[in-house]
Structure formats: structure tokens, C-alpha cells
Design a binder for this molecule. Sequence first.
Ligand code: RFL
Ligand code: PHB
Length: 398
Amino acid sequence: MAADSAPQRTQVAIVGGGPSGLLLSHILHLSGIASIVLERRSRAYVLERIRAGVLEAGSVDMLRSIGLGERMDREGRNHDGSYIVWGDDRRLLVDTLRFAGKPMVAYGQTAITEDLYAARDQAGGVVLDEAEDVQPCDIDTGNPFVTFRRNGREHRIDCDFIAGCDGFHGVCRKAIPATTLRVFEKAYPFGWLGIMSETAPLPDLVYARHDRGFALASMRNERLSRYYIQCSLEDSIDDWPDDRFWEEIKTRYPADIADAIETGPSIEKSIAQLRSFVAEPMRHGRLFLAGDAAHIVPPTGAKGLNLAFSDVHYLSRALISHYADDDDRYLEAYSDAALRRVWNAERFSWHMTRLLHRFPDDGPFDRRASEDELDYLTRSERALGAFAEQYAGLPFEW
Ligand code: RFL
Ligand code: PHB
């Protein structure tokens, strides 16, 4: 859409055109609710970001229910469970299908974002990219609005609600007064070095706990693999030429798995810092936060994108009740319901990170305690059931 024709009013102004913002916009559209998405970056930039890869069954159902299941069902890969390996040759299948009833699906966030953009385009949805200096205003009045600059011109959009879907570094969370917002945070003393390679993946997701550090073998499709290793925060990607990466990851797996890893040139390589973060409440007046704007988890539990989806599930239902039934009970309940699920995932992701990584101040006691917990999971159905249920993701409350 041309800058000059940016509309002056909508029902829900959505800040951020990542998965949370696009999904919310599309679900609202299917219920006849108008929205405008304001995205700071170009569309090409958003589509190039490589992030999540594993969807919980609840996220899969959500995508299918809004007509976005077709490509995912064709290209995604069902996972009945994931493996954890440790010690000389110990292994555990976290059997999510058995304990949670539905498979998880490996389908990349990049593909989901492409599908969402295609759906918004087809429906004539308005996604304004390269929107600079977006500001949520008057959020504690009945007449909020957002201002922004695009193509050198200033704009203002009046709305009923603002959805802050602008990720961890966005502006919306900062619009909530510091006297209201409580922040809980934990930084981890290591990062994940991730690579993408056009090689055949292992048949299953395999997490490794090793004295040299964590490793993960994941996938995007039959010819696209995603691998991660725990690395130092001081490392840069230049320290990790492909040969060094493959050699290192193979030392962190038992011989049969290491031998099965197909190596090849990386097509992407990046380092991510690990962080746990929650901002409460997720609503202030007419501003509602969703996704990474309100919380971050270390990627160990594969929860970040799935939490963004569950926030959007609750928020879209609440907005639909407001417009269709004049019922604000769900809007009032949004922050508490979303946070209950967020905190479960936060605690689980923190715990799984603790269990599978090497922390700099770990001594022999810590190592044995982690190995004992993994061993206990192999011997106790109940313990494994609780672990698998949380890895698979809790059901939505409403
Ligand atoms: P995003 O994706 O950060 O999108 C926010 C969007 O807002 C835009 N923005 C602004 N727009 C306008 N004005 C501003 N002032 C703005 N500031 C920012 C940004 O440009 C961006 O387009 O947040 P969203 O939509 O909430 O989605 C969250 C997910 O992206 C994130 O939680 C996951 O990627 C986390 N994650 C994983 N989650 C999973 O569920 N399963 C996984 O397997 C998984 N693996 C991962 C991951 C994240 C990783 N990294 C890179 C941290 C693996 C990794 C390595
Ligand atoms: C990924 O494929 O990117 C991925 C899979 C599982 C995780 C984290 C990331 O726990």
C-alpha cells in the first residue's frame, strides 16, 4: 500500500509483522475484525530470518483451523518424540505421541511466515512494512492510536486496541509504565551456534548432553538440516568454519549418531544468546502484548514460537468476544491465562536448559545430578510422562 493512502482508522492496530502479528491479523480477519500490521523491517528481511523449527500439536491445530495447514501437512515432518543422548551411550525417547496424544511437527518459522504473508495478501490484508518510529499512544484511554513515519511522511492510525507483537526489542512493552510492569529475567552464560545445511537430516530430533556442551540435531525438510551446538558468548561465527563445526558436533554424539550426520557446506550460520524473560502483566489499558514482546525462553524446549501462538489464541478469542458478543470477560482474563501457560514453558525451558548444558561453574556434583535425572526419566513412566507432557505443550484453557 502506498504511504499516502495509509488508512486513518482500524479496529486493532498490530505492531510487528512477525508470526504473532501476522497470525493475529489473519484470525481477526476471519471473524470480520479489521486490523493493520505495522512492521519496522522490509518484508524480505522478515522472511529471511531463520528461527524456530518445531510446532506443538496446539499450534498445528491452530494453523489447520485457519486454512493454513495444507503446505505444513505436505512439507512438515511429524515427530512422535525426540531423543536425548548423554554419557557414553545412554539414550531416552521423550515419547510425546504416547504421553500427549498428538505428534509435534517440524516445520520452519520461515515457511510459516511465508504462509501467513501469502494468506494476508490473498485476503487484501494491510501490512505496512518499513514503518519507522512506531509509537503506541493514549493506551490507557478509550481512544488509543499509533503514530509512525513511512516513506518520509508522518502517519497516525486511530484504533480500539493496540496489539504489541513487536518482539523482544520492540516499543510496545516500553509503553507500559515502569510502576506497573514487573520484569523477571535470567541470562545464560553461553550461546547457541546454529547452522543450516542442505543435507539429509537425522530421522529424529536428537538433543545431546555432553561434557563439552549441548548439541541438537534438527531439520526443516528432507534436504534441509538444522544443527546447534552450545558455544561461548565470546565466540563469533568466524571462529567456527564449517569443518570445525562438524568435527565438534560429532564429538558430542555417540558414534552411531555421529556417523549418521551428513555434513556439507552451511548456508546460514548464526549465534544466539540464551535468555529467560517475562514481563507482567501482558495488558495495560488498551494495549495487549503477545509473543516475544512479553516473554523470551531459551530455545532448548522449542517453546518460543509456540507461546506466541498460544498468546494469539487467547487474544484473538478475547477480541472476537468483545466485537461479536459485547463480552469483555476474556479481555479481562487475557493476561492471567496467557501468563499461566508462559510460566509453565518458562520453568520447563529453564529446567531443560539446566539439564542439558554445561554451565561454567558446574562441578562433578552438578554433572552427576543431571545424569541422575536423565537416568530417572528412563526408569519412571510418571516422571517421563510429566516431562513429555510439558515438552509437547499444555492444552489451552479456553
Ligand atoms: P518476532 O518474530 O521477533 O517478530 C516481531 C516483529 O516485530 C518487528 N518489530 C517492530 N515493528 C514495528 N515497530 C517496532 N518498533 C518494532 N520492533 C520490532 C520485528 O522486526 C519483527 O518482525 O516475535 P513474535 O512474532 O512474537 O514471534 C516469536 C518467535 O519469533 C520466537 O519466539 C521463536 O523464534 C523462538 N524460537 C523457537 N520457538 C519455538 O516455538 N520452537 C523452536 O524450535 C524455536 N527455535 C527460536 C528457536 C528462536 C531462536 N533464536 C534465534 C533466538 C531457535 C532459535 C535459534
Ligand atoms: C530448531 O529446529 O530450530 C529447533 C528444534 C528444537 C529446539 C530448538 C530449535 O528445541
